[in-house]
Design a protein around this ligand. Structure first.
Ligand code: GCW
Length: 676
């Protein structure tokens, strides 16, 4: 959203169109479209456009309108809109005698907004308008952001400063930053946000009470202008904690009535309120289990309260035993979500969506895809990703996650034969379900550059673009972001794109070999600690001993987790001979001398990748340094500083991991490099 001045050639080609904008401000969204476009055009073309509410007799001009606008009558392309999803749009060019016209038309106000951003993107990435007409729509009804912000201003797993929403147990008064965030999210097609942490503590429990609703409504007003619906995370025990009731039992009439009244209150303040996001019976949060009820009972009770107002319940599947005994080799945390939720398939109301983390554990560097996506057949589902880099370098390391997300959305669950991808399961297409989409935990805070690491912005951008269109390739998304952010100097675009696209695999190489996770410092999760979680209660073990490493999750001799997948995936993962190298230790316990498909042994792979990972981290720095003078000096400096931190940390990872496994296995590095 830099809206840099365009080169003369583009100004000459398109300047006349953009000298006049026709738009009717029929809604708050259309007003923001006008504002955004006027300021962008002024900054890109160096001239304020004339704005009119009806199409003038003579062009050239840019016309923005919804499908039903009479101005569009008779335009052939508009017919295509009806085949597009709700917020779909088309952009086309018509040359009439009265002068040329660029038309940006949407199925809804939000559709027009997305069309406007698309148009601006085309100009800024200097693709020009030769590619018109374009027609787009998203298969995902919900494209959501989850904030893990607390009202004291802290952000759970936040690495970019404090909350932009709260400070000192209050909602901020100055909404400028929130408005910019809304613009930013809308520019990549995000249409929903939950504004408080899923761990709902004492103060935040009151966000649904009269005390805070007027201020929450102000935030909703800001987001509404950009087509973003507001959701709140709620505390399942609210009826007790703020309602004065003795119980939060979902089958209790008083409890049900209490939630209905809260819904009425909320919708009085926020008529288009999205609904509730719920973390229940998970990591010490209250839930229906306390009353001997299941998660369908809990979710449906809230769904019934919201239903009269069109609200929905997004219920998280991150439910597992976090009080496990490490001596117990039978319980497997990876199994938990499937074991809890599959038996409830079909028991949820139509306005409930199950939100499922991408993997069965917890946002590790590498995990298999959750088998729930291929399991649930009659329940709305949504994919949960983590943009904030909790286990992926905490915005000190470059770790661009779009390539990881692409693997996830493209994963074939075989639920209804070949081609049953996660993308289709969560959009609702696979099982013909009415609701679904994607959600992701935000990575922003009040740092001036939003994300701490300047390159971490690419993850937020990339998530938005991918949730709008899961078919986009990682390369396309990266290219767009780099051009929008740094301009189109080919040295810069090539270097930065190359760095981003390799970064996840580099991070994986010096941290998490072959699908092992959790070798991090407990609590904050930064930096290496091989046994940090080995004897803990969290169910996160690698079982390394002097002979081998890995978790046996096979059906024959292990926990049976591999059997939660459909065939042929279950068999593929179920045998060490067919299991892909990168997930081998997630599914199998093997000797250090086990030979991988790559030809290397497990132990040699560990050594090689850890040495190579540091070399690659240093290479990232070298590449970045070649851009001096071509990048804004402060961004250049901040990024270079973070790359130094990354290298320092990668060295620590390399030496700790290599030393640990050398001591465990007694097997030396074939190449005789230094291991301590
Ligand atoms: O991985 C864990 C995080 C917690 C988080 C939890 C969750 C919000 O370490 O900080 O809590 O996942 O997703 O609920």
């Amino acid at each position: 959203m830099r809206y840099d001045a365009l080169p003369d050639e583009a100004v000459e080609l398109y300047g006349s169109y953009f000298s006049q904008i026709a738009i009717r401000e029929s809604s708050v969204v259309m007003r923001q479209v006008r504002k955004e476009l006027v300021s962008a055009v002024e900054s890109m073309f160096g001239r304020k456009p004339r704005v009119v509410t009806a199409k003038p007799k003579k062009g050239p001009l840019v016309l923005l309108a919804t499908a039903d606008d009479p101005e569009l009558a008779g335009l052939a392309e508009i017919g295509r809109l009806k085949d597009l999803p709700r917020d779909g749009y088309i952009i086309c060019r018509t040359e009439q005698e009265s002068g040329g016209c660029i038309v940006a038309a949407g199925n809804s106000d939000a559709g027009v907004l997305y069309a406007a951003f698309h148009l601006l993107r085309l100009l800024q990435t200097e693709q020009g308008l030769d590619g018109l007409p374009v027609a787009e729509g998203s298969p995902n009804k919900l494209r959501m952001i989850n904030q893990w912000d607390n009202m004291d201003g802290s952000i759970e797993r936040g690495y970019a400063g404090q909350s932009i929403f709260y400070r000192h147990d209050k909602i901020v008064r100055d909404m400028t930053r929130i408005r910019d965030y809304a613009r930013l999210l809308a520019s990549v097609g995000i249409n929903a946000i939950s504004i408080n942490n899923v761990n709902v503590h004492r103060t935040e429990t009151k966000l649904i009470a009269a005390e805070w609703l007027p201020s929450v409504a102000k935030i909703a007003d800001v987001f509404r202008g950009y087509g973003v619906k507001l959701f709140l995370s709620v505390n399942f025990a609210s009826p007790i904690e703020i309602g004065g009731l003795q119980t939060a039992d979902p089958l209790d009439k008083q409890v049900q009535r209490w939630w209905k009244e809260r819904a009425e209150d909320i919708y009085r303040y926020i008529p288009d309120f999205g609904g509730f996001l719920v973390k229940a019976d998970s990591e010490f949060r209250p839930g229906p289990f306390t009353y001997g009820r299941d998660h369908a009972d809990g979710a449906n009770m809230l769904a019934d309260a919201l239903e009269p107002f069109g609200g929905i319940v997004i219920w998280r599947c991150f439910v597992y035993n976090c009080q496990q005994d490490w001596r117990d080799r039978k319980t497997d945390r990876a199994r938990a979500a499937y074991d809890h939720f599959l038996p409830l398939d079909g028991k949820f109301r139509d306005n409930v969506i199950l939100q499922i983390k991408n993997g069965p554990m917890d946002f590790q560097v590498r995990e298999p895809v959750s088998p729930l996506f291929g399991g649930l057949k009659q329940t709305n589902q949504m994919l949960e990703l983590q943009i904030t880099q909790e286990y992926t370098g905490q915005q000190k390391h470059v770790c661009y996650l779009v390539p990881q997300w692409k693997e996830i959305v493209g994963f074939d669950t075989y639920a209804a034969g070949e081609g049953s991808t996660v993308a289709k399961a969560v959009s609702g297409e696979l099982n013909r379900l009415p609701l679904g989409g994607m959600a992701a935990v935000s990575n922003i805070g009040d740092d001036a550059n939003w994300t701490g690491h300047p390159l971490a912005q690419a993850n937020l951008y990339g998530y938005g673009r991918l949730s709008w269109n899961p078919q986009l390739t990682a390369e396309q998304i990266t290219d767009e972001w780099v051009k929008l952010t740094f301009g189109d100097d080919p040295d810069v675009t090539e270097t930065v794109s190359g760095m981003l696209l390799r970064s996840w695999s580099i991070y994986e190489s010096y941290t998490a070999p072959l699908g092992v996770g959790w070798m991090v410092n407990p609590g904050h999760h930064y930096g290496p600690n091989v046994d940090g979680y080995e004897y803990s209660k969290w169910g996160t073990y690698h079982f390394a001993d002097s002979r081998g490493i890995g978790v046996d999750r096979t059906t024959k001799t292990g926990t049976g987790y591999a059997g939660q997948y459909n065939e042929p995936v279950a068999s593929l993962y179920g045998s060490p001979g067919t299991c892909p190298d990168e997930l081998l230790l997630f599914f199998h316990h093997v000797p250090y001398t086990h030979r991988l498909k790559s030809g290397s042994t497990v132990i040699q792979h560990i050594y090689d990748t850890h040495f190579e990972g540091v070399v690659q981290a240093e290479q990232l720095k070298r590449e970045w340094l070649t851009l001096e003078g071509k990048i804004d000096p402060s961004v250049f400096r901040e990024t270079a500083e973070r790359l130094d931190m990354q290298i320092e940390s990668a060295v620590e990872w390399r030496d700790r991991i290599n030393t640990y496994f050398y001591r465990m296995s007694g097997i030396p590095d074939e190449r005789g490099r230094t291991i301590f």
